[in-house]
Design a protein around this ligand. Structure first.
Ligand code: MG
Length: 200
């Protein structure tokens, strides 16, 4: 076949996906934290940090989009530093890493698979919290597993996330010209490489 349509010129974009699963801890052991929001009246999840499965899936999607690995690589579970960590803080650090790589989030969507508790009443607060941390609209939807498998037996909660990133606009060389009084070469100000080879 020949004569295909030309590919339109668009801004450089990246897509990333994340997946995370955490088992429930015994009732009363720790709070359930999802999307940066404490959901009262339900057992928490087992994890080195606060086990926020939504924040973790979203962080993995962001890191994956720019080829920076996953949160287990950046915040290892064997380091006491991250014990009980607020996962929205970890997410904020990931957003900063993405920004350092000269990419900015456009939007994201998280689908949390949770048989119990019911999350509908908590989703708006999660959306607000995650959108504020990411700096772009983050949608959160909740699905039940309809009784199937480990998630359906209420053994844990899973989350899938997808995120779209756009390359930061090229800097205006004139606007970026440093103050002659404070001239100091900044290696971090190097022009970004936006080719696929960057991630090899
Ligand atoms: Mg996790």
């Amino acid at each position: 076949m020949s004569g295909g349509r030309p590919v339109p010129a668009i801004a450089p974009l990246r897509i990333g996906q994340g997946l995370d699963v955490h088992p429930f801890a015994p009732a009363g052991e720790r709070p359930l934290v999802l999307g940066g929001v404490v959901v009262p009246g339900a057992p928490g999840l087992v994890g080195h940090s606060d086990a926020d499965v939504i924040a973790h899936a979203l962080a993995d999607a962001l890191l994956g989009a720019v080829g920076l690995g996953d949160i287990g690589h950046h915040f290892p579970a064997d380091q006491p530093e991250w014990a009980g960590a607020d996962s929205t803080d970890l997410l904020a650090r990931v957003v900063a890493m993405v920004g350092d790589a000269r990419w900015q989030p456009v939007n994201a969507q998280c689908t949390v698979v949770c048989e119990r508790p019911k999350l509908a009443g908590h989703l708006p607060a999660m959306v607000d919290r995650l959108s504020a941390v990411v700096g772009a609209p983050v949608a959160v939807t909740a699905k039940r597993a309809e009784g199937l498998g480990a998630l359906g037996r209420v053994e844990g909660i899973a989350c899938l996330a997808v995120v779209l990133l756009a390359a930061e606009p090229a800097r205006d060389p004139a606007a970026a010209e440093p103050d002659p009084v404070a001239v100091e070469p900044d290696p971090a100000a190097a022009e970004p490489e936006l080719t696929a080879g960057e991630l090899a």
